[in-house]
Write a protein that binds this ligand. Structure first.
Ligand code: FES
Ligand SMILES: [Fe+2]
Length: 450
């Protein structure tokens, strides 16, 4: 660190390399991407045991505000309580099984009335009233019946739930991921883009993809101008809790790039100009852009409304990318987060729902902001509407669309009798780690890293 102050040594996240876990070399076969029995086992042994994200805290700010989220065949109802907390319930009426709340989102409900026979449930899951309460030989249900509540937590501006009543704490589940993400103040961000795609591929195609960067030169050829593609110049860490991270230098071309200076300067022009640096001054020394931007951001950040105090210099320019087991990625930037998630389809293992959110951290005093990361103006006070459709009908922006364009064709290949299983290089070890962790759940583990 430049100033040499002891505190500065600990600025930002702890980037020390984690020990590499021992990994096996069994082939990952294609049938786990399409066999119904496998998907059913995933549901029983894994999805119903892990912490998952229902939505954003800001979606339900006031008592009685609620949202429902779909995961596989389940619908989960999250309700803001009078004391400010959130409770989560299976979205099912305990009279005779009607789904209780139909809408995705609602405000200020005092109670939830079932559309079938009118049982009324309180915000806290208590049964408030039923028609003909004196007609129950087993006793008035209001005295004994409640909505089926499940563990629920709020952290980092996100609402988390777990279908396992005996689950480990969210802290134990997250492990080191918690401190790393906290550094980025997700709770201060706003969702400024939200796209949900109905995908013709297994959910694991998505998690696999974001667990490796081996595909960058082929799927994202433009990235060689602005980021380091070579794995030996990146850091990969595999956490005992099943999550992983990648540090990839950004704001400079990949070290092996020769020539193509115009393309590099052009790709970096907007960001350099934004920070009062002249792109032309880097002619003949494009590898210096990254450090120059770090110095400049440190110097000018506060006057532009940013707070970079918690970040180390590399965080100001590089790609700090996290894959959380089982189904979520957080790609962190000083002014935002790309959130990527694949949820399983209720019946068909060859389909899933892919969610793309962009969460923006607004500089102090800015309600409107040009998000460099998504290349558009975004507004703090207008929540992003959900756009939903198939690939081609809706877009996650050019970069992520390049990823999505792969998965349906990959699913076809994974389904082929001719596919004999993976043959992966070491740099893709986060993919292997992910599958081995999934296998641990399928073998009966209910948490990792204990
Ligand atoms: S099923 Fe809900 S009131 Fe009958
Ligand atoms: Fe990609």
């Amino acid at each position: 660190m430049a100033d040499g102050h002891p505190a500065a040594l600990h600025r930002g996240i702890d980037t020390r390399k984690w020990p590499e876990p021992a990994l096996g070399n069994a082939r990952i076969l294609g049938d786990r991407y399409w066999r119904k029995e496998f998907a059913e086992r995933e549901w029983e042994m894994m999805w119903t045991k892990v912490w998952l994200i229902a939505g954003l805290s800001t979606e339900i700010p006031n008592p009685g505000d609620h949202l429902t989220c779909e995961i596989g065949r389940e619908s989960i109802l999250c309700v803001r309580q009078n004391d400010g907390g959130v409770k989560a319930f299976y979205n099912v009426c305990q009279h005779r099984g009607m789904q209780l709340v139909a809408e995705a989102r609602g405000e200020g409900s005092k109670a939830f009335a079932c559309a079938y026979h009118g049982w009324r449930w309180g915000r806290d899951g208590k049964l408030l009233s039923v028609p003909d309460a004196d007609d129950f030989p087993q006793g008035n249900p209001c005295k004994s019946v409640r909505l089926n509540e499940i563990p629920c937590r709020e952290w980092a501006g996100l609402i988390w739930y777990n279908m396992d009543p005996n689950c480990a704490s969210l802290e134990d589940f997250l492990g080191p991921l918690k401190a790393d993400l906290e550094c980025y103040r997700l709770h201060e961000m706003r969702r400024t883009n939200w796209v949900t795609m109905d995908g013709d591929f297994n959910w694991k195609c998505v998690q696999d993809n974001f667990n490796e960067s081996y595909h960058l030169p082929f799927v994202h050829p433009q990235t060689k101008f602005v980021m380091e593609q070579y794995h030996r110049n990146c850091q990969f860490d595999l956490f005992p809790q099943g999550h992983a991270r990648m540090f990839m230098p950004g704001c400079r071309p990949t070290a092996s790039l020769r020539g193509e200076e115009d393309a590099v300067l052009n790709a970096m022009k907007m960001e350099l100009t934004l920070w009062d640096l002249d792109p032309e001054s880097f002619r003949g020394r494009v590898q210096d852009m990254r450090e120059a931007l770090q110095v400049q951001k440190r110097k000018m950040g506060a006057e532009k409304g940013y707070d970079f105090e918690n970040f180390n210099d590399d965080q100001l320019t590089d790609h700090y990318h996290y894959t959380m087991f089982p189904n979520t990625s957080f790609s962190m930037k000083p002014d935002g987060c790309i959130f990527l998630r694949a949820n399983p389809h209720p019946e068909d293992p060859e389909r899933c729902t892919f969610d793309f959110w962009y969460l923006t951290w607004f500089p102090k005093g800015e309600d409107k902001y040009f998000s460099h990361s998504v290349g558009q103006w975004v507004s703090k006070n207008t929540p992003a509407p959900q756009e939903r459709g198939k690939f081609g009908e809706v877009s996650c922006g050019p970069g992520i669309d390049q990823d999505v364009s792969i998965w349906a064709a990959q699913q076809k290949g994974l389904r082929s009798r001719g596919y004999l299983g993976d043959y992966m290089p070491w740099q893709e070890r986060r993919v292997r780690f992910f599958h081995e962790n999934l296998d641990r759940y399928l073998a009966g583990a209910t948490r990792l890293g204990a």
